[in-house]
Design a protein. Sequence first.
Length: 175
Amino acid sequence: MKTLTPVQFDTIMLLARLVVGPTIFWHGYNKMFRGGKIPGTAGWFDSMGMKPNGKIHAYVAALTEMGTGVLMLLGLLTPLAAAGIVGLMVVAGWTTHRTAFLITKGGFEYVLVLGTLAAMIGALGPGRWSLDHAFHLCKYLQPDWRGLAISLGLGLGAGILTLALCYRPPAPTQD
């Protein structure tokens, strides 16, 4: 099997970060500044049963999406950024996307792909063309099983804890 050169690996990781970072950033930006903005997003969170109130969750979701998107794009604190994205995708997957696979049916394929890509970037590291590398953080945030453990462990834990503490879906209506 042929091994990637460092330049090939760094290019792949940069391209992955260029996809995941802006994608999740724009998702949060839309919650904050477009469409119904925070009030509309808050109403949506309230309607799905996020407690204590949808406004808190709207701000937390939007700011986390924008913040983790920027961190992922820059390759800064990469395993932690990946964990934030994984946590967001766990909550989104369970609250609104678990009824089907295909996104066209409201399914979870989008959140599965985005969360998996984030965990993979967290595991492999951002590459040399990143702020983690520029600031010599890679020696502390090792791109190996520890990066995967941080990305998945912290992300899954945060997502599951958020659901356990805050998600109280409304009772189904009787027709």
